[in-house]
Ligand binder design. Structure first.
Ligand code: PYR
Length: 368
């Protein structure tokens, strides 16, 4: 870091946020982060023309939910389970880097906010908080650890050991980011992380500060192969989700090589522009998976109705990335809870109007 670089000052808000809809949070965060343009662009942006990013949300309009009446539904029950983990909602947090950009408390607040909503927080390898501090922020809540695999297995072992010690319930092996998508906002803003990444710093001198995301990805492993899934299972003794699956063939391959869960995602449209909307590929992946392992779905979810449609199309849980960061920026831990609870409210309304009482019922709906 050059000595002339101004100190990064993130939001310190800790308050309830009023939410009319999730999409409107983006402009509020843009205004709130006006002095940290590069950081906002990094969080909001997708790759190249952002075509895939836009399609991610638009694709939900290709399917319709038939309203069902006379079903005797007086309220919806959002509770669900992943393995033996009880959840108050099927909406979980998608792992994302550097929450310190959005809030001074970073992942500590995110973990607390997600825990209050009765959901799952996932710490990223590139978090602004150490794995152990993230876990200590919400010691009774379920957490996962998202691994960006290193070329150096000693580093992989080091991180996984810390995650296991911290009590995480699963490892998310992200396989769609062996290099960064071409993100024009970062190019224009010459964006470099203004804050260190403690999980990198714990192992070596390089802590990510002063580097762009492409440099950070370049230091990770490019040649990820199917046998890496078993390697991470062996290192951790934990279930491994493979994240970044868009093709039914890759879902099949990942399961053959030991995946305990498939995470359908195109990284929020931040990687391959020109790829399909994540929602468009979900039904074929669900068919290939055939309930052998759970499916988490993300990319483009901005409405409770989208959560409903993803569940009805084969997802067991639905993850949100940017909306969580926006809630964090505007309201700290409470803002994160508010985002999940707003989507819960929309999902409850959708469920009742569709004549479904439980998440199990939603999963059995045939969309039109
Ligand atoms: C991203 O910038 O998309 C990461 O996942 C780090």
């Amino acid at each position: 870091m050059g000595i002339f670089m101004a100190k990064y000052e993130a939001s310190t808000e800790e308050k309830h946020i009023d939410i009319v809809n999730i999409a409107s949070l983006e402009q509020r965060v843009k205004d709130h982060m006006s002095n940290e343009k590069g950081a906002f662009g990094y969080i909001r942006g997708g790759s190249e023309d952002e075509w895939t990013m836009k399609q991610n949300t638009e694709a939900f309009n290709k399917k319709r939910i038939m309203p069902r009446v006379l079903q005797g539904i007086d309220h919806a029950d959002l509770s669900t389970k992943l393995w033996d983990i009880d959840l108050k909602t099927p909406i979980i947090e998608a792992p994302s880097a550097a929450h310190g950009l959005a809030h001074a408390k970073g992942e500590v607040d995110t973990a607390k906010g997600v825990a209050k909503a009765g959901s799952i927080f996932s710490m990223s390898t590139y978090g602004s908080t150490s794995i152990e501090d993230g876990a200590a922020a919400a010691p009774d809540a379920p957490q996962f650890f998202q691994l960006y695999m290193s070329k150096d297995d000693k580093f992989n072992e080091f991180l996984i050991k810390k995650a296991v010690k911290a009590g995480v319930k699963a490892i998310i092996l992200t396989v769609d980011s062996t290099l960064g998508g071409y993100r024009e906002a970062d190019v224009i803003n010459k964006f470099q992380f203004p804050l260190p990444m403690p999980n990198l710093a714990a192992f070596s001198d390089g802590d990510g500060e002063g580097k762009g995301i492409s440099e950070i990805y370049a230091a990770a492993k490019q040649g990820i192969v199917p046998s890496d899934i078993q390697k991470i299972k062996d290192m951790s003794g934990l279930p491994v989700f493979v994240k970044g699956i868009q093709s039914p063939d890759d879902a099949q391959l990942a399961i053959e090589f030991g995946a305990d869960g498939i995470w359908v995602s195109n990284h929020g449209g931040r990687q391959l522009d020109g790829g399909p909307a994540s929602f468009d590929v979900l039904p074929a992946i669900a068919e290939a998976v055939d309930k052998r392992v759970p499916i988490v779905f993300d990319s483009g979810v901005r409405r409770g109705e989208h959560v409903f449609k993803a569940l009805a199309s084969g997802a067991d849980l639905v993850a949100i990335g940017r909306p969580i960061i926006y809630g964090l920026n505007l309201g700290g831990a409470q803002g994160v809870t508010d985002v999940i609870e707003h989507l819960n409210k929309e999902l409850s309304i959708t469920m009742q109007l569709a004549g479904t009482k439980t998440i199990h019922d939603v999963k059995n709906v045939d969309l039109l």
